[in-house]
Design a protein around this ligand. Structure first.
Ligand SMILES: Nc1ncnc2c1ncn2[C@@H]1O[C@H](COP(=O)(O)OP(=O)(O)OP(=O)(O)O)[C@@H](O)[C@H]1O
Ligand SMILES: [Mg+2]
Length: 264
């Protein structure tokens, strides 16, 4: 479905943010991209959706392939028409429009009225709360409701690849759980793939088939959900299970463990 091959991203001609980054999302898969602040997760999504140019960034080497088609530094409109939709960080709903108007905006690139109406019903099926709030001004929704609206709006474009940037940020665990359950349900019903960027590794791995961990613009670890959940370092430093060293980087942990072994 999606493949990044040795992608290097540079901003302003000099600031290198992604370094030889490779990852893959197979058809129908949910893939989690995890890592701390500034690791390069959002930049990776922007490389896929071709939103780097707006920030004077570019892929300077490597390739982005979507269903075999080369979309490296492509026109962002072509990416959307090709079936990729990104839900940005930070709850960007259209504040002055109602919930339902926000959903309609998501179908902007599509013509068919009857299908749009059916899709709005489908979205209300996933998120009944949005149906109750359909006439509300979106700017007054709670954080959780806004995030549901953003996912709903993205679904209105009938994406084949959905890019989600930290949807769990600032939400109560119960809301995160519900949101992710819905994402998993949609993925199963429609043939859709998901690239899910998250710092909340525990929540992300619950619905992901495969995961990647990033640090300093590089992938430092990847594997199936089971492999990652079994990995001791992941358990300690990203899932907060066991260990008492506090939250350091994955690289530091490796280093620390090696030293500990040497020193006995
Ligand atoms: N337009 C830009 N120009 C220069 N540097 C940038 C630009 N965008 C991002 N960066 C830098 O690239 C690095 C990665 O940023 P990015 O937003 O991809 O991280 P992230 O993993 O999404 O972090 P967070 O979890 O905080 O959202 C950071 O050091 C950031 O300062
Ligand atoms: Mg980010």
């Amino acid at each position: 479905m999606l493949a990044l091959r040795n992608v290097d991203v540079v901003f302003d001609g000099v600031i290198q943010v992604l370094r030889s980054l490779s990852l893959e999302v197979r058809p129908g898969q949910v893939v989690a991209l995890m890592g701390g602040n500034g690791a390069g997760k959002t930049t990776t999504l922007k490389a896929v959706s071709s939103l780097l140019a707006a920030e004077r960034g570019a892929i300077v080497s490597g390739q982005v392939l979507l269903q075999g088609q080369d979309l490296t530094n492509a026109d962002p409109g072509d990416v959307v028409r090709g079936g990729t939709v990104q839900v940005m960080e930070g709850r960007r709903v259209l504040h002055h429009l109602t919930v339902e108007q926000n959903l309609r905006v998501g179908a902007h690139f599509r013509g068919e009225r009857a299908e749009v109406a059916a899709d709005i019903d489908e979205v209300y099926g996933y998120f009944p709360r949005l149906k109750d709030l359909r006439e509300r001004t979106a700017g007054y929704l709670s954080g959780g409701e806004m995030q549901m609206l953003l996912v709903g709006r993205a679904l209105m474009a009938r994406p084949r690849l959905l890019l989600l940037d930290e949807p769990s940020m600032g939400l109560a665990p119960r809301i995160v759980h519900e949101l992710f359950e819905r994402v998993a349900e949609v993925r199963a019903r429609r043939s859709m793939s998901v690239l899910l960027v998250e710092q909340n590794a525990r929540a992300a791995l619950r619905i992901a088939d495969h995961g990647y961990v990033m640090e300093n613009g590089r992938i430092v670890l990847h594997g199936s959900r089971d492999e990652l959940e079994r990995n001791e370092d992941i358990r300690e430093f990203y899932l907060g299970l066991g260990g008492a060293q506090g939250r350091r980087s994955y690289r530091e942990v490796k280093h620390y463990k090696r030293r500990k072994r040497w020193l006995g």
